[in-house]
Design a protein around this ligand. Sequence first.
Ligand SMILES: C[S@@+](CC[C@H](N)C(=O)[O-])C[C@H]1O[C@@H](n2cnc3c(N)ncnc32)[C@H](O)[C@@H]1O
Length: 712
Amino acid sequence: MQLIEDASAQKLRGAYYTPPAIASFILHWGINGSTDADILEPSCGDGVFLEQMAKENMLFHHATAVEYEAVEAEKARAIGLHDSEVINSDFHRFCLDTEQSFDLVVGNPPFIRYQYYDEGQQELAGEIFKKAGLKRSKLTNAWVTFVVGCSLLLKETGKMGFVIPSELLQVTYAQQLRKYLATSFNKINIISFENLVFEEIQQEIVLLLCERTGTGEHLIEHIEVKDAEALQQLDPHRLKLPTKQIDFHADKWTYYFLDKEELDFLNKVRVDGMPKIGTYADVEVGITTGSNGYFTVPQGVVDMYQLHEYARPMVGRSVQVNSLCFTKADWLQNLANGAKANLLVFTPGAKENGNEGTKAYIENGEQQGINKGYKTSIRDDWYVIPSIKLSDALFLRRNNLYPKFVLNDAQAYTTDTMHRVFIKEGLNRKAFVVSYYNSLSFAFAEILGRNFGGGVLELMPSEVEGVYLPYREENAKLFEKVDQMVREKKTADEILDYTDKELLQKGMGFSEKETKMARSIWYKLMGRRLNRETLEKAAPEEKGEIKKAVARVKQLNFFDVLQQYPENIVENAPIVQPTKKQEPDVEMDKNVLISLVKSDNVERYLDQSAKIYYTGKRFPSTVALNKLYYFMPYIKRKGIRDLYLIKIARVGTRKEGQPDNDPNDFRLVFEIEFVKKLFKDYKPVELEIWHTFTDTNLKEVLDKCLKKRKFE
Ligand SMILES: C[S@@+](CC[C@H](N)C(=O)[O-])C[C@H]1O[C@@H](n2cnc3c(N)ncnc32)[C@H](O)[C@@H]1O
């Protein structure tokens, strides 16, 4: 596709053209075997969609394309698609003036932020919204108007397929649009991509495929594929039959990639009326100082300027809280570490009446221009911070792994990096805070919050209030133990293993299956959010967990592996079998894959006669395939003992060679050979990935198992 020279002009009209594979996919989905569709492309650019229709000889009744730029419209016209017209006009105008209606709308509408949205167009956009019964906010991006406008031009049973920025799923300015689409369409399919489709603009996009069928149902599906090419392998049946009910209470569409069973489970929690944080507490943003750098200071500054009269304990950053309970001792420790653990709460007139140091500090602020700030300049005394209130608990606003919720025992103030939680009178505070530390509440925090950028999860106060938690007064007795675990930097998995059992299973009567499901939902949501940037920014103690979290959700695409390795993935030379008395040599630095074996295969592993291992349908994408060497079967309730060599690893099918083989049921296949017993008895280890695999090396296996240490 041709991209015009002037990048900024291009950007201003939101013009990045669709890859042909995507245009083709949307058209096939939309036309779906019909021959008489009236089709609209509202912002056709140089005509990618038209060109694809021409190339693939698609059948239709008539195609109308609109394009604002005369030069581009001329290019689109030059394609010469039969039964089509290209109108050089502003879509807003076209939308309001036309009397035509369409069976299918396809396209990639312009992404134009409100600052660059022409004023005249904004007015027309307002009219389009009004026609749809919606209110338009000034912040709305152009693509939203195109989607709303096109839906107005659809026939009663029409379809609409767009390339849309992925922010559709979560931004506030598209919230009304999500509701509108959910109510005015009956089937919605969202397709997202693991890899960036528009590399040059770093814009993440999704395909939004909406269908009006005239029925009363409102179903949705979210499928993720690797890239544009992978669309060809997508099962069209899944697109025809989305199965998930749209949840009209939810503001975001970020979790419809979960399984139906998982969504039903979350819904059941809601319907069954589990309480929320908001049931027991009011959540407010922390204190807005106007300049955290100026008003929060370490002890050294308090001493130097003699600010003791105004200094109050405060806690401001996630690194300053590492427990369930922020105590006076924690605060003193922060102070001793030189943290900015004091908030300067000046009183009116402090500039005139304060001591010399106070005067100097305030004047210093004026020299730096702190008094001219947006927030400080509107105050009577610029240095007097309003809304100074102490809260019972604190909820961190931005988090990498999971949002922390902490009891404020130290009576510390906090700035806008944490939310203030005011717990209702008479509630057991310890029980309340500890009740939040479970997989289900963490999952709801993911659902309600948003990806702030770089994979960081941000929750605003109303979103915190919406987090469900299995509160029971009896939970208070868990508080000390969980607090201790967090202080000892136990991993989230270790903490949740304990709390899920206590809070969800014993406390709420969840079955083991439901408890596991809650954990797996949390993993999926968190793993999808986390990315490389999060990993770089994370505190050292969080890094390992984040890596694991990503590994848990990213699956290997067997089909891609087959393309890459049409023969074998690895072929390892057989072990030289020594004479009877000697043991075969093992190579300590070689990789070992520990894998759970299915119960119906256990016998062959117990007597060491196993020759072949098939993985399940899913395999983590984090295992280095070209380094596969040793294999250790993990026997349920026993652990590991025997070492095998992976002679060959390849992609195969589960029932290869059998009459009922499904040629599409791909698995990884290991042809294995028993090497030796590594230990006399079975040793327990942690299966780190999906409770099924651990990818490690021989040295580590020996180190950890012989020292009888738990795997970390
Ligand atoms: C993201 S490009 C997509 C072009 C084409 N649909 C494709 O998929 O390759 C958006 C197009 O919208 C056009 N455009 C911008 N504002 C428009 C408007 N108000 N009316 C019609 N087209 C507009 C731009 O000139 C640009 O060609």
